[in-house]
Design a protein around this ligand. Structure first.
Ligand code: GMT
Length: 384
């Protein structure tokens, strides 16, 4: 198949999922065309069947806000015609779904079906803003196919957006051959002198991730045992988190690494992963940690319980409850095996439910279903 993929190219779960999906599909023989305003992160290892088309947005003094949605729709149509795309697959409804709808309308009478994958904040935060709700609902209803990355998000979309059309759940995934425990653990030395336990966090540092709670949990752990905290990512709350680190005299124990490539090379060195988000439709970073045999302490919100089983892969705590987070962390890290057996179970669980090898075929089957629905097979046409 020839597939156009649009996503946010910046640091964020939906862009990561879209990029990994494109890479996996290309490896399975499909031709992939990424259409976005910048090269998606994690696309550096580009495959010969992967192409990138930059959307250029012309600015003009009259435009306070250059019309990206329109430039994207135009680019989608152009790429679809040039590359003879079979379909468009957009990740994150706002505004990608609206652009795809416009591209499909302009492509008429040629068929250009589009699939919208809902990731989370497009529904839970942005989509439910009154000013975005009607157009988000419309573009979801108009999509030829809609998928959601967790059961939780599907239910919430149906409930809050009063969506009548079917939504298929295709969960997020991880490449289990790439995300695994690092055989050579010597790289831990970059953070630890005496092999102290390493806690880790990875996100876009937006307020919803509550990275200040990550630091607060770590500070309570650090009061009891020597430990280190590795923070991967960047975003608006970094300054607030760094301030707490300074205030609590933890600068020697906390490492802000900024945005990282090849996160598996770091995750595979950790002893514990922290994800104390306020809201999380799936929690891709937790899954990536689990695949690397790292137990997870996360909040019991949204789709997280579909990924992390409390008491098995780690522990679930209430949002903002940093005391319980620290208690659970200490419980794991002071075990004789420092949580290794729990980490091993986490990988088994991740492999059983969320391996790319199992999830990518779900997308392929869904693409075929959507294509058949818009273009009935010749036998079905003849039979009429
Ligand atoms: O908040 C983020 O992490 C960004 C957001 C995105 O769309 O980039 O993440 C959402 O999509 C991820 C990938 O499907 C999910 O793993 C995250 O749980 C989800 N974030 C939220 O629901 C807050």
């Amino acid at each position: 198949m020839k597939i156009g993929i649009t996503c946010y190219p910046t640091y964020g779960g939906s862009g990561v999922v879209a990029t990994e999906l494109g890479i996996e599909l290309a490896a399975r023989g499909h031709e992939i065309h990424f259409i976005s305003y910048a090269m998606p992160i994690r696309l550096s290892t580009a495959h010969e069947r992967i192409h990138f088309h930059e959307v250029e947005v012309t600015s003009y003094p009259l435009f306070d806000h250059p019309p990206y949605t329109l430039a994207l729709a135009t680019k989608m149509l152009e790429v679809a015609e040039q590359a003879q795309l079979d379909l468009l697959h957009v990740h994150y409804a706002i505004p990608h779904s609206v652009s795809a709808l416009l591209a499909r309308m302009m492509a008429t009478p040629k068929k250009l079906p589009f699939i919208t994958t809902l990731h989370g904040t497009d529904i839970t935060l942005v989509g439910s803003d009154r000013s975005y709700l009607p157009i988000t609902r419309f573009s979801i209803e108009q999509s030829d196919g809609v998928t959601s990355i967790s059961n939780y998000l599907r239910e919430r979309t149906i409930r809050e957006f009063e969506i009548k059309r079917p939504i298929e759940v295709i969960p997020n995934f991880v490449n289990c051959d790439q995300y695994m425990r690092c055989e050579d653990q010597s790289a831990r030395k970059q953070w630890t002198e005496h092999d102290e336990p390493i806690l880790m966090h990875l996100s876009n540092f937006r307020p919803v991730k509550r990275i200040t709670d990550v630091v607060e949990i770590f500070a309570l752990v650090r009061e009891k045992i020597p430990a280190k905290l590795v923070m991967m990512g960047d975003g608006p709350d970094r300054g607030a988190a760094e301030y707490i680190v300074r205030k609590k005299n933890l600068s020697k124990d906390v490492f802000f690494m900024g945005k990282q490539d090849n996160v598996q090379e770091k995750l595979g060195l950790a002893d514990l992963f922290l994800l104390p988000s306020e809201e999380e439709s799936f929690g891709l970073a937790a899954l990536e940690a689990m695949a690397c045999e790292v137990p997870v302490i996360a909040t019991n919100v949204g789709g997280v319980p579909e990924v992390v089983t409390d008491g098995v892969d780690g522990y679930l705590i209430a949002p903002h409850d940093v005391e319980s987070g620290a208690e659970r962390a200490l419980e794991i890290l002071t075990r004789p095996d420092r949580g290794r057996s729990m980490g091993k179970r986490a990988r088994i669980h991740a492999k059983a439910k969320y391996c790319a090898n199992d999830v990518i075929p779900m997308y392929e089957a869904y693409y075929r279903k959507v294509l058949e629905a818009v273009q009935p097979a010749p036998s079905a046409v003849n039979a009429r």
